[in-house]
Write a protein that binds this ligand. Structure first.
Ligand SMILES: [Zn+2]
Ligand SMILES: [Zn+2]
Length: 256
């Protein structure tokens, strides 16, 4: 299996997970033209996408998902709550194939087994996912204000992990956001800060971990160096071993 990011952060998120000829997009927070251009950088065209999973209805994850699905006839998987809240994105007169998933029940899309899990975030029914071919596992967690024992159980034993490092607590506190936004971002239903991500990571079985990538970094309240320092301290590894999912360029293919 291999995976890549088309971009990550509050201006748009999108990943691609590939196993043989099955290719899944995880979120699509970019407009259709933009996502097509970003796919091209990974030598992909939309016709090669088997399905789109949408984690929750926020713009930076859902904005382009349904237009892309409609234009290229790609089925979408999402929770019931995300489906209800995504109505404003649905193109009129489009015959969309929407598959509602139970956020506690795994399912298969061709030869990729997908395991959804609910997360604490200020959306209707936010769901994150792990992906496996039966041998290797990729876990993705962004947009989670806090961790839960269930999240830690699900993310244990991953070969590859994409983990939100949204902000540095001090930078958020002293940064330009309004008081209300600081409370939202830093709250239990907001976003995971570097230190909380590091603590979460420390609770996982990391014995198989080959790739760790910090994602959804805030442009105003974090630095790549802070995110790397936090995660590398937990793993006791070189700073450069921690990957970064960048807003503009995401990250290139990684095989696991
Ligand atoms: Zn987000
Ligand atoms: Zn969100």
């Amino acid at each position: 299996m291999r995976f890549a990011s088309l971009g990550s952060g509050s201006a748009g998120n999108c990943m691609v997970i590939e196993q043989a000829s099955t290719r899944l997009l995880l979120d699509c927070g970019f407009g259709v033209r933009e996502v097509v251009a970003r796919l091209e950088k990974l030598s992909l065209v939309p016709e090669q996408i088997t399905g789109i999973l949408v984690t929750h209805e926020h713009d930076d994850h859902a904005k382009g998902a349904f237009k892309l699905a409609a234009k290229y006839n790609i089925p979408v998987w999402l929770s019931h709550g995300t489906c209800i809240m995504s109505e404003r994105y649905l193109p009129t007169n489009a015959q969309l194939k929407l598959n509602e998933v139970d956020s506690h029940t795994g399912f298969a899309i061709d030869n990729i087994q997908v395991t959804p899990f609910p997360v604490p975030h200020d959306a209707r029914e936010p769901t994150q996912f792990t992906f496996t071919d039966g041998q290797h596992k990729l876990g993705v967690l962004t947009d989670a204000g806090s961790s839960t024992p269930y999240i830690e159980q699900i993310l244990s034993g991953c070969d590859a992990l994409v983990l939100e490092c949204n902000h540095d607590l001090t930078m958020l506190e002293k940064g330009p956001y309004s008081y209300a936004l600081k409370m939202r971002v830093g709250g239990r239903l907001g976003h995971l800060d570097n230190q909380s991500a590091a603590v979460l990571l420390g609770k996982l079985d990391n014995s198989k971990l080959k790739h760790i990538i910090a994602a959804h970094l805030s442009a105003k309240n974090n630095t790549q160096a802070f995110a790397k320092q936090a995660l590398s301290a937990t793993l006791n590894c070189e700073l450069d071993w921690i990957g970064i999912a960048e807003q503009q360029s995401g990250f290139d293919w990684r095989s696991f």
